[in-house]
Design a protein around this ligand. Structure first.
Ligand code: SF4
Length: 78
């Protein structure tokens, strides 16, 4: 389980989350920032600072943003 960044990031990309993540697991993708689910330690710091409330704990993702989990997994798949 991990925190997940939704498409709400796309028009903002404020990047404040990068400054607070203690394990540096947030990177930019083609369209938005994404969290590496294998590294995220579920601290919640990024969720608190996001100005557009784009970040959710995976279990709490609203139905309309469920695809964000797949986007993150695909981004870090090797
Ligand atoms: Fe980084 Fe914590 Fe956010 Fe995970 S929950 S991405 S560890 S700031």
């Amino acid at each position: 389980m991990a925190f997940v960044i939704t498409e709400l990031c796309r028009d903002e990309k404020a990047a404040i989350c990068l400054d607070v993540c203690p394990v540096n697991c947030i990177v930019i993708s083609d369209t938005q920032y994404v969290i590496n689910p294998d590294i995220c330690i579920d601290c919640g710091a990024c969720e608190l600072v996001c100005p557009v409330e784009a970040i959710f704990f995976e279990d709490d993702l609203p139905d309309e943003y469920k695809s964000a989990t797949l986007l993150a997994h695909n981004h870090f798949r090797n």
